[in-house]
Design a protein around this ligand. Structure first.
Ligand code: BTN
Length: 241
């Protein structure tokens, strides 16, 4: 397995995508000390200052259909959450589907990008960004973002966290591929998920509504009870607690 370690790069996702398109194998990792154009979900940018975070992307080639790709995101969320907890002892939680938060502020975001052909996944780029030893954030995200250092009041070893996350990721990814079943994973995921039982605002298929997140379906979708009693399942979309 290859690890490409950069001092500086535009975006590890972008680089990993280039490598994957050129045939790079599953399991290859691109990691950088700094990103100059880190990308977030929904076209946002991701603040990625030097030496203070984990900015990495993993190339995966799961033999699954594109419809199941979002499950890889849930698996990654669980792997990151448990990895952070194990190394730091901090009470990290998952905000469905894949933000990791500490005391309700975001410490990690996951951006999965997929290439598929003929109903088969060609590759998935799993991009993980974790705010580890960042001291402060720009004004516009100051109230919603935090770092392990701010919450734990000490510096953390980034390598140790990377190791813990990749070990978990391998374990959960293999388990999913072997069984094509999310049952055990979802049980663990639910334990760490702060969204369940909460009121959520959903933006789904151009519709915006408020409801209560009551469960996760077998497929990992969020089950939401609308105010009129109607129950809907949503897979992707913006959820705010
Ligand atoms: C989000 O918006 O929550 C997702 C943020 C994902 C950031 C990571 S950092 C490593 C990888 N490279 C990128 O450009 N983005 C992801």
């Amino acid at each position: 397995q290859k690890i490409y370690h950069h001092h500086q790069i535009d975006s590890t996702n972008k680089e990993a995508k280039k490598l994957a398109a050129a045939g790079e194998k599953e399991g290859t990792i691109v990691i950088s000390e700094e990103q100059l154009a880190g990308r977030g979900r929904l076209g946002r940018t991701w603040v990625s200052p030097p030496q203070t975070g984990i900015w990495m992307s993993v190339i995966l080639r799961p033999p699954i259909s594109p419809a199941d790709a979002s499950k890889i995101t849930l698996i990654a969320g669980l792997a990151v959450c448990e990895g952070i907890q194990a190394v730091t002892g901090l009470p990290a939680q998952i905000k469905w589907p894949n933000d990791i938060v500490l005391h309700n502020k975001k410490i990690c975001g996951i951006l999965t990008e997929m290439s598929a052909e003929m109903e088969k996944v060609n590759y998935i780029i799993l991009g993980i960004g974790i705010n580890v030893n960042i001291n402060s954030f720009p004004e516009d995200i100051k109230n919603t973002a935090t770092s392990l250092k701010i919450e734990g009041e000490k510096d953390y070893d980034r390598k140790e966290i990377v190791k813990a996350i990749l070990t978990n990721l391998e374990k959960y990814y293999e388990a999913y591929l072997n069984k094509q079943d999310l049952e055990d994973l979802l049980e663990k995921y639910k334990r760490h998920c702060l969204t369940l039982g909460k009121e959520v605002k959903i933006i789904h298929r151009n519709e915006e509504f408020i409801g209560k997140a009551v469960d996760l379906s077998e497929e990992g979708e969020l089950v939401v009870e609308k105010q009129d009693g109607q129950v809907v399942t949503v897979f992707s979309g913006e959820v705010s607690v």
